[in-house]
Design a protein around this ligand. Structure first.
Ligand SMILES: [Zn+2]
Length: 200
């Protein structure tokens, strides 16, 4: 069991729990809102001054918290080996009941910035997408805005509509990087191939 003390403002602090995040106890302090239900927070080990800035996604109500649990499960299972490279590092999924309403918090590496300045962007997009499918995940909404810069690297974000996936594409060939064009039988990758391959 792991806990998250979320300091929302001077008057409000939430106490949340996780049963899948080892024995890590965090304190998080709200920094600012980025967009609807997404914030930046500073986190640190419980009892210490929070220091690292990470992203916080919030879900309210039973249905949304359940959806967030599904997204968190991808990070904890299929995407575990890709955290911090192809997808953001995940710091845990925490839940609580606030005045009877379920609250969910997903803590993720904060990735920001348009990917245009990433060197070799198009090749990295394809490589990341293939790695995702090889790990058994179909993203479901791989628009350009779900490719986000993390320094000179690229992360695929938002697994809210992802589904488990057994890919039928030519994974080995693409992963070895022979640069051979291969339009595969997998729809999500085929769309990316036609969009990005031409720009490689
Ligand atoms: Zn696939």
């Amino acid at each position: 069991m792991s806990t998250l003390e979320l300091i929302w403002d001077t008057k409000t602090t939430y106490e949340l729990w996780s049963w899948t995040n080892g024995a890590t106890h965090y304190t998080a302090q709200l920094v600012r809102r980025i967009k609807k239900d997404v914030y930046t927070v500073r986190i640190g080990a419980r009892g210490r001054e929070p220091s690292d800035v990470v992203a916080l996604k919030i879900a309210r109500g039973a249905e949304d918290v359940e959806d967030m649990g599904r997204e968190a499960a991808f990070y904890e299972q299929q995407l575990k080996g890709l955290q911090g490279t192809v997808v953001p590092k995940c710091y845990g999924f925490y839940t609580a009941s606030v005045h009877g309403t379920p609250l969910g918090c997903l803590l993720l590496e904060y990735c920001s910035g348009p990917p245009e300045r990433i060197p070799d962007l198009n090749r990295k997009v394809l490589r990341a997408a293939y790695a995702l499918h090889a790990a058994g995940v179909l993203h479901g909404d791989l628009d350009a805005h779900h490719f986000v810069a993390m320094g000179r690297d690229l992360r695929i974000v938002d697994f809210s509509v992802a589904v488990p996936h057994q890919c039928v594409s030519g994974l080995a060939r693409r992963a070895e990087g022979h640069g051979r064009h291969h339009v595969c039988g997998c729809q999500e990758l085929a769309v990316l191939e036609s969009t990005y391959h031409a720009r490689c």
